[in-house]
Design a protein around this ligand. Structure first.
Ligand code: SF4
Length: 227
């Protein structure tokens, strides 16, 4: 083997490479609703390749999610029982002349039975739990929508530290007002996409979401209000 160099990073990147299908207007993904509406709009009109670094981050999230499933399947967990993981769902919305569908597999969601209660748990991996005092707004938004869609109104956000496997969890109370606000956001997205009008730069306007702009692949277009 002397002198043989194996490009393991290259092997990992090739292993994680997936064919990306373009998104179709009228079909939206539940995992996107926590994002900036303008960013989602751009992703339909100007799809970009997911970068290898980001694929690895997603894969790490999947690996940790599988680990949590394994933990929850342990038969020594008393009255905590895993009922479902990676739930597929489909919801239809809209007027007869303007229908749209929100569908997809929710990868990071688990349904548990805790005593006699059903609980939805959204699992997110994170670099550190040190400064985490509560769930992040865009994660809460996703969980509100999942609670609305499944009819299970007890929610928990579970964060797991990537390097220590320590966790922090936060209960999230269901709010019908917030669920309606989220559905209206899907409506607005559909309207902007079908009318080819650019939505307002949501993240820029909200103090809690401004950080998203630092990671946005459409920041240049957004700064120029480019369609
Ligand atoms: S730069 Fe910010 S406001 Fe503009 S699309 Fe990206 S996330 Fe949204």
């Amino acid at each position: 083997m002397a002198g043989t160099r194996i490009d393991f990073d290259g092997l990992i990147d090739r292993h994680l490479m997936r064919e990306q299908r373009p998104k179709a207007v009228g079909r939206y993904y539940p995992s996107e609703i926590g994002k900036c509406i303008r960013n989602v709009w751009y992703s339909y009109n100007h799809p970009t390749e997911i970068k290898p670094e980001l694929r690895r981050v997603f894969e790490m999230g999947n690996i940790l999610h599988d680990f949590i499933i394994e933990v929850l399947r342990d038969t020594r967990n008393g009255d905590i029982q895993l009922l479902d993981a990676e739930m597929p769902f489909k919801l239809e919305f809209g007027e007869p002349d303007s229908k749209f569908v929100v569908s997809g597999r929710i990868d990071d969601l688990l349904l548990l039975k805790a005593g006699d209660k059903k609980v939805l748990v959204e699992v997110k991996s994170t670099k550190t739990l040190k400064y985490m005092r509560g769930p992040m707004e865009h994660h809460k938004t996703q969980l509100q929508f999942y609670m609305y869609a499944t009819g299970v109104h007890d929610g928990v956000m579970l964060y797991i530290d990537k390097s220590t496997l320590e966790t922090k969890s936060f209960e999230v109370a269901f709010s019908m007002d917030q669920a309606k606000r989220i559905i209206n956001k899907f409506r607005a997205l559909h309207k902007h996409l079908t009318a080819a009008t650019l939505p307002a730069p949501e993240a820029k306007k909200l103090p809690d979401e401004k950080w998203m702009c630092r990671y946005c692949e459409y920041a240049d277009k957004c700064a120029k209000d480019e369609k």
